[in-house]
Design a protein around this ligand. Structure first.
Ligand code: SF4
Length: 232
């Protein structure tokens, strides 16, 4: 599996778990607010991390690591993702997948083959104009299909949104959360200006804690378990 980054120990990427985090190259989205430009636009410019480095680490810290968070980029673009998940699980560790939800057929196969323990999926905007948030033409129906698959999977999961002040107006946000009504868990994440793919967004102001709480209250009209996270 091609990897482009490894965080040895994280307490913040999987609520309630201690995990290592690996980054995969490339993404099929170009979200204007993405702050992972190199990994998305020019993954070859980022050094490779040998897969064995992760497995050595897991062996060394097996006493306190619960699992591995696979993030990107977009991990479902990696052709050997299923084998990689299996290898991690065969060693007795849990697997969390971060995904943009654009490939429901791959998600379905990973779920059916019991290769995932937790899924975190971005829900970026209303289905009908999802492309405005993804930065490329996207069929919102695919995203909707992934949401349905995850909600019906029986797995633990969360949906999450990085809130961008100039994109997520209160009306847009309410439409977004109403689409995932009844979800098990939802997180609103603070926007991080300064490194956005669309440089014009770098002048957007970060939301205040009070503003984030207002968005969270709107989300609680549709979802019981809503969390506010810092910059992501
Ligand atoms: S924010 Fe996520 S889905 Fe969007 S371009 Fe960046 S890595 Fe891809």
């Amino acid at each position: 599996m091609k990897l482009k980054g490894l965080v040895e120990t994280s307490f913040v990427d999987w609520d309630g778990k201690i995990c290592s985090v690996v980054f995969t190259p490339g993404c099929n989205f170009k979200c204007p607010f993405c702050f992972n430009g190199a990994l998305v636009l020019d993954p070859d410019s980022v050094d490779n991390v040998p897969e064995q480095a992760l497995f050595d680490l897991l062996e060394k810290h097996k006493d306190f690591l619960d699992g591995v968070c696979i993030t990107g980029g977009e991990p479902t673009l990696s052709p050997d993702l299923a084998d990689f998940c299996k290898k991690i699980k065969d060693k007795g560790f849990l697997v969390k997948l971060d995904t943009n939800g654009a490939t429901p057929e791959i998600l379905k196969s990973l779920i059916e083959n019991k290769l995932l323990d937790f899924i975190a999926m971005d829900v970026k905007g209303p289905w009908e104009n999802y492309s405005d948030f993804a930065g490329v033409p996207i069929d919102g129906e695919k995203i909707k299909e992934s949401v349905r698959l995850i909600m019906d999977s029986g797995l633990d999961y969360e949906f999450r949104t990085t809130l961008v002040p100039s994109l997520h107006t209160p009306d847009v946000f309410e439409k977004l959360v109403s689409q995932i009504k009844g979800a098990k868990k939802y997180c609103v994440q603070k926007f991080r200006p300064g490194f956005c793919i669309d440089k014009s967004l770098n002048t957007d102001q970060k939301q205040t804690d009070e503003e984030m709480n207002v968005f969270a209250e709107t989300a609680r009209k549709y979802i019981d378990n809503v969390k506010v996270r810092g910059e992501k």
